[in-house]
Design a protein around this ligand. Structure first.
Ligand code: ZN
Ligand code: ZN
Length: 130
């Protein structure tokens, strides 16, 4: 079976629910609030092809826990359990050669190196100042 394929790439935005949850988690994740606010409100799904709610990593660490924003895609009826949330999830333990998977444990879709980015190569998370 091959999970390789294009990234989901769905876009979303931080909601009040996300910020509320982030504020609660922030003390255990130093720097996370600053990082999230600095990166702007846009979310972009980091998963490969999948069903269910979308996920974007907000902040990595400490240790092997990262903060992920979850949001539902199209607001279809009957979508229970897929609302906005911020989750502290353990990192995916998979690695290919020297490259560790950048997603969370038990994520759907392919690992980081199996996913091709359908969009631009632009990445807004390198953290360089203006
Ligand atoms: Zn997605
Ligand atoms: Zn993985």
């Amino acid at each position: 079976m091959s999970d390789a394929g294009p990234a989901c790439g769905a876009v979303g935005a931080l909601s009040a629910v996300h910020l509320d949850a982030l504020a609660r988690l922030a003390p255990a994740h130093p720097g996370s609030l600053r990082a999230v606010l600095g990166a702007g409100p846009e979310l972009r799904c980091a998963l490969g092809r999948h069903t269910g709610p979308h996920m974007d990593v907000l902040h990595e660490g400490p240790a092997e826990i990262s903060l992920w924003a979850r949001w539902s895609g199209t607001g279809g009826a009957g979508g229970a359990g897929g609302g906005d949330a911020v989750l502290a999830l353990p990192d995916c333990p998979a690695a290919d050669g020297g490259e560790a998977c950048g997603q969370y444990r038990s994520h759907p879709g392919g690992h980081t190196w199996e996913i091709t980015d359908p969009g631009t190569e632009e990445r807004g998370r390198s953290g360089d100042g203006d």
